[in-house]
Design a protein around this ligand. Structure first.
Ligand code: MN
Length: 406
């Protein structure tokens, strides 16, 4: 279909065409992934190969393009698809391909606000049992609203960025007093993130029906979490420093249109949600995720098992009239399925550190050690029977910084 050679099993057949930002010989540029290559979209604009000049594609983040709205997203996607499939375009376009392994990927968009939900029932149930063994696992609000919190947008980093082990206050239940120092329970959360393109005005609400008018595309998210810091600090106001030190995202934003073939029926919800959360045409997605710990796949979380849909999350997030900004990122919450090998965090996989996970070679782990690398991947049914992917989201843990001299 495309004249670009696409390796077998590539995440990026021509039915995907995710957007990203790369740093190559000509500086920071917007591009689209195709096979093992990137099409330099700034170059496409400069050569006059789009039907209309799209200056938003000559900037260094996706934000201006994401703000331009769905009709424009569709036009550019169709045109890029034609450039990569029509043999007569090859002579003009081929010089604009750069190899992915020859460039460095950048954070694809300037993150405006960042929200993290908690929308997997299996995850919420597991964490409830581990953190509050003497209380009901699910709190009463959980089946009525998509529980979430506002995170720290400024510490969202792109795949490949090292994660410095955070320090903070830790106090295990048996400890008499808290101490300050490096987290001993550093963990991951395998999540899916939704990137907002079209903003709203203060006071506006977004209906579930209008989800696809506002959300540009989808990324993978690793919500790094320091469980010891989190467990001590989170009552009563929720996650804070146990989460805010870093959140990683994949470098490629997969457009919603590329995921049309991955849509599945939404979850059965009981009790029925309030009217503002009804989602009759949900963007529940059949993404097959994979958690790789130092080269061993330890879990395969199924995104289709999520209880709240991304449309419901967006409707809830704006249900009070909070405005959206271009570049807002909201993540699904840890994706965990009902089986042990489907859990999206090491807290759950090791059941609070009591059941070590065995990696290839017989090494065991409960939480992350310095030097460990975690890679998240996901694939989905693409259009025309293809399989598409998100590219790898990777991060390596480095040692905590030494104490500050006083
Ligand atoms: Mn999370």
């Amino acid at each position: 279909m495309t004249w670009v050679p696409v390796p077998d099993g590539s995440d990026f057949p021509v039915t995907n065409l995710p957007f990203g930002v790369f740093r190559g010989p000509n500086g920071r540029r917007i591009g689209v992934a195709i096979g093992a290559h990137i099409l330099d979209l700034a170059g496409v604009v400069e050569r006059g190969l789009l039907d209309e000049p799209t200056q938003a594609l000559r900037t260094t983040t996706l934000n201006d393009f994401m703000a331009s709205g769905r009709p424009q997203w569709t036009r550019v996607r169709e045109r890029v698809s034609r450039l990569l499939t029509d043999e007569s375009c090859r002579g003009n376009v081929e010089p604009l391909l750069v190899r992915q392994d020859a460039v460095r990927m950048c954070l694809p968009f300037a993150v405006a606000d960042y929200v993290d939900f908690y929308s997997s029932k299996d995850h919420a149930t597991n964490v409830g049992q581990i953190f509050r063994p003497d209380a009901p696992a699910l709190l009463p609000n959980w089946t009525h609203l998509p529980v979430g919190y506002h995170g720290r947008a400024g510490t969202v980093v792109v795949s490949g960025t090292d994660i410095v082990r955070p320090c903070g206050q830790r106090k295990a239940p048996a400890d008499e007093a808290p101490t300050y120092g490096p987290s001993r329970r550093l963990d991951i959360e395998a999540e899916v993130g939704f990137v907002v393109g079209v903003p709203t005005q203060l006071g506006d609400r977004v209906s579930t029906v209008d989800f696809a008018d506002h959300v540009f595309g989808v990324v993978l998210v690793n919500d790094w979490s320091a469980r010891d810091i989190q467990a001590w600090e989170y009552v009563p106001l929720g996650p804070f420093l146990g989460k805010s030190f870093a959140t990683s995202v994949s470098p490629w934003v997969v457009p919603l249109e590329a995921l049309a073939g991955a849509r599945v029926a939404g979850p059965v919800q009981d009790p029925a949600p309030l009217a503002y959360l009804v989602d009759d045409d949900p963007w529940a997605l059949d993404l097959a995720m994979e958690v790789d710990w130092n080269g061993t796949v330890v879990s395969r979380p199924p995104f289709a098992s999520m209880y709240w849909t991304p449309g419901q999350q967006l409707a809830h997030l704006t249900g009070n009239g909070a405005s959206l900004r271009t570049g807002d990122l909201y993540a699904s919450g840890t994706v965990s399925g009902p089986e042990r090998e489907q859990r999206g965090s090491f807290l759950e996989l090791s059941w609070g550190g009591t059941e070590p996970v065995t990696l290839d070679g017989g090494v065991t782990r409960t939480f992350l050690e310095d030097g460990d690398t975690v890679t998240l991947r996901a694939t989905a049914p693409g259009l025309d029977g293809t399989r598409i992917g998100f590219g790898a989201l990777t991060g390596k843990v480095t040692a905590a910084r030494p104490p500050i001299a006083s």
